[in-house]
Design a protein around this ligand. Sequence first.
Ligand code: CA
Length: 256
Amino acid sequence: MIDREGSQYTPFTKSLFPETESNLTEESEFDRVMRILIVEDEKGISNFLKDGLEEEGFAVDIAIDGRKGLELASTNDYDLLIFDWMLPGLSGIELCREFRKTNQTAPVIFLTARDTVQDIVFGLEAGANDYIKKPFQFDELLARIRVQLKTRSGEQTLLKLGDLEMNLDTHRVFRNSKEIELTPKEFSLLEYLIRNKEKVCTRTNIIEHVWDIHFNSDTSVIDVYINFLRKKLNPGGKDKELIHTIRGIGYITKDR
Ligand code: CA
C-alpha cells in the first residue's frame, strides 16, 4: 500500500524483534497502559499506526490536524507523541515548539518525508527526541517508541553536579538555590554532560547523543552551546567552572 506522500507500509511482523514476541513480557515492562498521541493527516497512516500500536497494548489517540493535535497534547497526559511534519493548521515543527513550551519531558517522534540533515536538525531543535523517515517500517517505529519509553521510565529524575541540581521531571535547573533558565537544547547538553560526569565527552559523543545525528565534520555548534551554558551557569564569572575543556577533544564535568 502506498499513500499520497509515498509512504510504504510493510505487513506487520514482529520477526525483526524476537524479544518483543511475548505480550506478557511487554506488559510487565511498564506497570500501566502507555498513552500515545498520533498527529497525522494521512488517514491511511494514522489508522495503520493506531491499529498496530493498539495491538501492542498501547492506548492511542489520533488528531488529523496540527491545532487539534496541540489541543489534545496540552489537555491529556501522553507518554509519547508522534507528529507528522506536514500538517494542516499547524506544521509538526510549530506543533512541537508549542507543545514544548508547556511539556519538556514527554518524548516526541517526528514522522517525516523530509530527510536532509538540515531538516532533521530543525526538527530536533524544535524539541523532538527522535525522527523516522517516510517510508518507514512499523517494526522500526515500534522499536524507537520502546527506546524512548524505556529511557524515560528507568531514569533518575534528579541529577547533581557540585552545587548544581537538575530536575528532569520539572525541567528546572538550580545552582545554589538560584534558578537557571535553559533552552531545551542547552538542557539536553547539560544533562548529557552530567550523566557522564568525570568522563571525557568527545565532540563526536556529544553530537551523536545530544543532537542524535552523525556529523562527519563540523561540530563547532557544540562549542557555541557550551559557551551559552557556561555563561548561564556562572553569570558573574565568580563561581567555580563546572564544564572543563579538554583541548582538541571535548569537555568534562566535575563536582570538585
Ligand atoms: Ca502530512
